[in-house]
Design a protein around this ligand. Structure first.
Ligand SMILES: NC(=O)c1ccc[n+]([C@@H]2O[C@H](COP(=O)([O-])OP(=O)(O)OC[C@H]3O[C@@H](n4cnc5c(N)ncnc54)[C@H](OP(=O)(O)O)[C@@H]3O)[C@@H](O)[C@H]2O)c1
Length: 329
């Protein structure tokens, strides 16, 4: 165990490939760094090459520091196996290109960590015409999962998908008819739509775990805690910004490292192999809200998601999602 962290460090073979979205900062940064320090090959899937490359440099420096401190269990390699791949979740074309490039590499995929997210942002429409948090937090990650699932199915035992959701999923309304906000931008209920996007992730993990039953791939969602990251960068309105500053100074918020612990545990801990369809908080299975546990609603969400993304998925990928692909091993 290292002196600076309570993360359970498990050795990971360097041929285990992890993709972590939004790994250049915040919770994703710590998840990527620690998984790489345990030995995994980690792909930082980020929208800014510049920010990702700076993050990779810092990761290498922090790795050197951990080694100098004598942190036990981290890789003996001279440097971390970390790489950048371009991914802008606000563009479906970028998501498709990212998946195609990964497929072309011929690599296996053992952990897909859907972590990137936007929080509480004012109404923004993506280039694809959709409300931004719906697209970035939920739909784009859904496409990545659908497109890379066949690779994960062929990557050997114990492959894992983890979705960074939030306890805020409890604040999201379940109303599939208004999934994509089309009202007046000035009246946009940002907290509710952030909550919705996180609710969809909890529901997706449960619905998909049914489809992945008895396979080599698990899927779980998790809440990292209230974390002092850049997530609230758009929170520029009076009282909310004031409260946020108070929380920060009072030490109510977790560090990004503490916020990453549940994710690192879910991605790496051998004792979670085969455990699927759960919502995790503080490294423990926790009960999400009753709406998210409603199977009929999960299936309704599943069905209503496809009108937004169907044109980006092949018939084969659709069949694979349902566990009905002809090419399955
Ligand atoms: N912080 C909390 O208290 C908290 C609580 C519950 C759940 N969460 C969840 O934790 C996850 C990580 O958030 P965080 O707190 O670490 O926030 P963060 O510091 O703001 O990190 C968010 C990451 O997502 C990336 N991202 C945003 N839009 C993107 C896009 N269009 N394409 C690709 N990447 C994009 C960001 O990239 P850029 O640097 O380029 O913007 C950044 O790497 C999110 O899903 C969030 O909802 C956070």
């Amino acid at each position: 165990m290292g002196s600076s962290t309570s993360i359970p460090i498990v050795p990971i073979a360097s041929d285990r490939v992890f993709i972590i979205t939004g790994a250049n900062t915040g919770i994703g940064y710590e998840i990527a760094k620690w998984c790489a320090m345990m030995g995994a090959t980690v792909i930082l899937a980020c929208r800014s090459e510049d920010r990702a490359k700076k993050a990779m440099e810092t990761m290498q420096e922090e790795f050197t520091t951990e080694k100098a401190k004598g942190t036990k269990g981290i890789t003996e390699s001279p440097s971390l196996a970390i790489e950048f791949m371009k991914l802008d979740l606000a563009s479906f074309q970028s998501v498709v290109d990212f998946c195609e490039e990964f497929k072309k590499s011929g690599r296996q995929l053992h952990v897909l960590f859907c972590n990137a997210g936007l929080g509480f942002c004012p109404y923004k429409k993506s280039g694809d015409g959709l409300e931004m948090m719906l697209q970035v937090n939920y739909l784009s990650h859904f496409i990545i999962i659908a497109k890379l699932l066949s690779i994960m199915r062929r990557s050997g035992p114990d492959c894992r998908i983890v979705l960074t959701s939030s306890s805020f999923h409890k604040k999201g309304t379940f109303d599939v008819a208004t999934m994509n906000y089309t009202g007046n931008a000035a009246n946009f209920p940002d907290r509710n739509y952030y909550g919705r996007s996180k609710l969809y992730q909890v529901m997706q993990a449960i619905a998909m775990s049914r489809r992945l039953k008895d396979s080599n791939v698990t899927i779980n969602s998790m809440h990292p805690g209230f974390v002092d990251s850049e997530l609230f960068r758009d929170l520029d309105r009076g009282i909310a910004r004031c409260c946020f500053c108070c929380f920060r100074t009072c030490g109510v918020m977790k560090s990004t490292l503490n916020g990453a612990t549940t994710g690192i545990d879910l991605a790496t801990n051998p004792k979670h192999a085969g455990v699927s369809g759960h919502y995790w908080v503080d490294c423990k299975i926790t009960t999400p809200c009753s709406t998210s546990r409603d199977e009929q609603k999960q299936e309704m969400l599943w069905k209503e998601t496809f009108p937004f993304i169907r044109k980006y998925l092949t018939d084969e990928e659709m069949a694979d999602l349902e566990g009905k692909s002809k090419n399955r091993l």
